[in-house]
Design a protein around this ligand. Sequence first.
Ligand SMILES: C[S@@+](CC[C@H](N)C(=O)[O-])C[C@H]1O[C@@H](n2cnc3c(N)ncnc32)[C@H](O)[C@@H]1O
Length: 391
Amino acid sequence: MLADARKDRAWQMIDLQHDERSRQLFALALNRYVQTTLAEGSRLTCERVVDTDFIDTEINTDASRSQLRRRIEAEPLHQYWLAMMQIWQDLLWRYCGEVVERQLDDLVETCRPGPADRGSLRLDPALQLPTYQSAVDNHSFPGGYHTETRPNDVRQGAVYALSAEVYLLEQTGARHDYRGQTLIGHILGRFPDFTPQRILDLGCLCGASTAAYCEQFPDAEIHAIDTSAPALRFGHGMAEERGLAIHFSQQNAEVPDFDAGYFDLIVSHALFHETSYAAFPKVLGECFRLLRPGGITAHVEVPARIEVMSPWEYLRSSYEGFHNQEPFWNALTSYDWVAAADAAGFAQAAQGFQRTLADGRRDADPATFLPVGQGKLDLSNWFVMSAVKPG
Ligand SMILES: C[S@@+](CC[C@H](N)C(=O)[O-])C[C@H]1O[C@@H](n2cnc3c(N)ncnc32)[C@H](O)[C@@H]1O
């Protein structure tokens, strides 16, 4: 498996030694144990508590959700599971951080923009981070996306990219572009004749999902924005390494500086759960402004919807919001994306679950887009909303 893991890596910028990969695979194995065996203990405890305490299992109001969470968090087995969820993840951050630290000088040099670049990198050192970013380290990632400790720092981008690669190694492939592939599958299924010439990816981080658009639409001009300079630097380096022309810029998706009507397609991949109630309509409003008439916006999000969760699944999901520094996660589980798209002026807005595509497979079958009620809280599907700018 170790040999396969090395062979399948789509980019080789980060050198990995045998023992380093072994430590990562240990963290991954611990994750599996925590998410299956230990989680089952917590799930059974939840079922018992719900039965004996006559807790409302509808979990359709803030009060019922809060009652369930408070009650189960008093249970030692559940507390143990919560603690282990933090511990395996801390280990993965640490193990990936050590790998990057060892070769940081080289990575900084490799990622520097150069005259032969196919894409570009535009940074804005004066950018003000939105509070929902500056107040937390999303996903309990030490230092968050933005910490910089040296000139031209790429550390946070490299650590995140490596951790993401490890986390889903056996599920969706080391390229970690499955969110992009999944959303492309959705777009092709819903709008089969659509061939965008100018594409914008919001909240691109290191551009892992953006890369899928370069492959699917090789003639398109592709832009990608994020607030994190280390992620954009590393993303630029990675894209150049792979020969992909992506134009990265450091911008807040609430106030991007592109001209109105410039884009045919605006997408995001797991951006919105890291924003806020106030930011959501602003970002969607900017999508509307930046699209040409007839342009399409499409967004893929974590498959955590209150409509499809059992009580224990709600507890599993809400862990991210209450314990893992993802403050908007829980609010988004019941957010009406179609209403927000309608309010922004879009037409044909639809939301649902899109079957996950990975490893270069793109599937234009509209039947892979399921109604919200038929989704699942697992990575076999992702929540998607897409809409068209009328005109
Ligand atoms: C989970 S990561 C996205 C991962 C990436 N799209 C992918 O598929 O690999 C969320 C990203 O959204 C970015 N982000 C959050 N709020 C933002 C905003 N207002 N403007 C731009 N980027 C934002 C964060 O900096 C972070 O990089």
